[in-house]
Design a protein around this ligand. Structure first.
Ligand SMILES: [Fe+2]
Ligand SMILES: [Fe+2]
Length: 190
């Protein structure tokens, strides 16, 4: 496959995404993807870039989410591996591209989960991921009214696809965000 440099991916993302919150979401998903790539002994750069680009079209074309991103990425000659991964994150929601590779399954799972973790961090006095414990995240996961937009079924199904316990997926996602707290802005006031 032809790898896309992280810098080129970032430039492409920011060309289409100006909203700081959306850029932050992309950085969080990138960070967790990198962490899971390391765990799996896979290519951290490739997984990270796939994470960075997954919502490429969301700011400008929310009604055509994934479809527009496919067009944009194809026009730029971006490797199909990234395009397929991007489509997989919308599986059952806006695409029918089923996650198959470990990278695709991970992206599908952690996209929603990072949203939940971010919301959980914002509820904390520290506004930080650094003192967020698994136990606390699990409570938030079970509370349906908390961050109600986060699709728990996707997280559950994704963990199953990965053959991982939900607790482990959550623990490692927190870990990935702790490692990158300065990049993703999740250090809060700690
Ligand atoms: Fe998305
Ligand atoms: Fe996303």
């Amino acid at each position: 496959m032809e790898k896309l440099a992280r810098e080129d991916a970032w430039n492409l993302l920011t060309e289409y995404t100006e909203t700081p919150a959306l850029q932050q979401h992309a950085l969080m998903v990138e960070a967790v993807m990198r962490h899971f790539a390391r765990l799996a002994g896979e290519d951290e750069e490739v997984w990270g870039v796939a994470g960075l680009l997954h919502d490429l079209d969301y700011e400008k074309y929310p009604e055509e989410h994934c479809k527009k991103a496919t067009e944009i990425m194809e026009e730029r000659g971006i490797d199909p591996v990234y395009i397929r991964a991007m489509n997989c994150h919308g599986y059952g929601i806006c695409t029918d591209t089923k996650p198959e590779s470990a990278m695709e399954k991970t992206l599908y799972t952690v996209d929603e989960l990072t949203g939940l973790i971010h919301a959980a961090c914002l509820m904390r006095p520290s506004k930080s991921v650094l003192d967020l414990e698994l136990k606390s995240l699990k409570k938030k996961f079970k509370s349906k009214s908390f961050a109600a937009g986060v699709n728990r079924d996707v997280i559950r199904q994704g963990s199953e696809m990965l053959g991982m316990e939900l607790d482990d997926v959550m623990r490692e996602s927190i870990e990935g965000l702790k490692e990158s707290a300065d990049i993703t802005g999740l250090r809060g006031n700690l």
